[in-house]
Write a protein of this length. Structure first.
Ligand code: E4P
Length: 217
């Protein structure tokens, strides 16, 4: 499973990239607004840090303006992935951009039927939002299982990018289902390391090593 980080905060991206565990980055207009920074400048900086796909979302909702915005975003770096909404215009833009050689992430996917459309439109990634479905009493992970099953029935190349991830169980369940990618908020990615027995075991080993009076180097 590939790990993307879902943030526009450069400090977080730098530290997670240094861990060697990061395969890409996703941003959205809300994350850019939260960063308080200029969109194109932030995307350029992220692309310089992470060589994998970096999602930059269009702001317009009509085909012509999405294409015009993609034309500005694509030259920022080779790894820019144009993020478009799962709407008729968004999927039209997805097809046009994919045919022109761009990577495209189709976002705001909430149903298997929508995911089927995204794959048919040639999306590089489809982003089903598990947390937002859970929030309204639906089973977000069931959507991931349905999409993975549907995609296995056909030679689609679209990767399932699990989005709106809220906790480690989302990540583990998505990996068990076989989703290709999960995009994680930095705290969720860091929380994957945690286990009380690891912390306790390490504290014991460190204490016992001190008792030996030895040094390895
Ligand atoms: C990622 O591409 C999505 O925009 C993001 O995961 C949405 O997460 P949220 O539901 O926590 O805002």
């Amino acid at each position: 499973m590939k790990f993307f980080v879902d943030t526009a905060e450069i400090a977080d991206i730098k530290s997670l990239a240094a861990s060697g565990l990061l395969d890409g980055v996703t941003t959205n207009p809300s994350l850019i607004a939260k960063s308080g920074r200029q969109f194109k400048e932030v995307i350029k900086e992220i692309c310089d840090i992470v060589p994998g796909p970096v999602s930059a979302e269009v702001a317009s909702t009509d085909f012509e303006n999405m294409m015009a915005e993609a034309k500005v975003l694509r030259p920022i770096a080779k790894n820019v992935t144009i993020k478009v909404p799962l709407t008729p215009d968004g999927l039209r833009a997805c097809r046009a951009l994919t045919d022109d050689g761009a990577m495209v992430n189709v976002t705001l996917c909430f149903s298997p039927a929508q995911a089927l459309l995204a794959a048919k439109a040639g999306a590089t990634f489809v982003s089903p939002f598990v947390g937002r479905l859970d929030d309204i009493g639906y089973d977000g992970m069931k959507l991931i299982a349905d999409i993975v099953q549907i995609y296995k029935n056909y030679p689609f190349k679209t990767e399932v990018l699990v989005a709106s991830v809220r906790h480690p169980i989302h990540v583990v369940e998505a990996a068990k289902i076989g989703a290709h990618v999960a995009t994680l908020p930095p705290p969720v990615l860091r929380s994957l390391f945690n286990h009380p027995l690891t912390e306790k075991g390490l504290a014991n080993f460190v204490a016992d090593w001190k008792k030996t009076g030895q040094s390895i180097i």
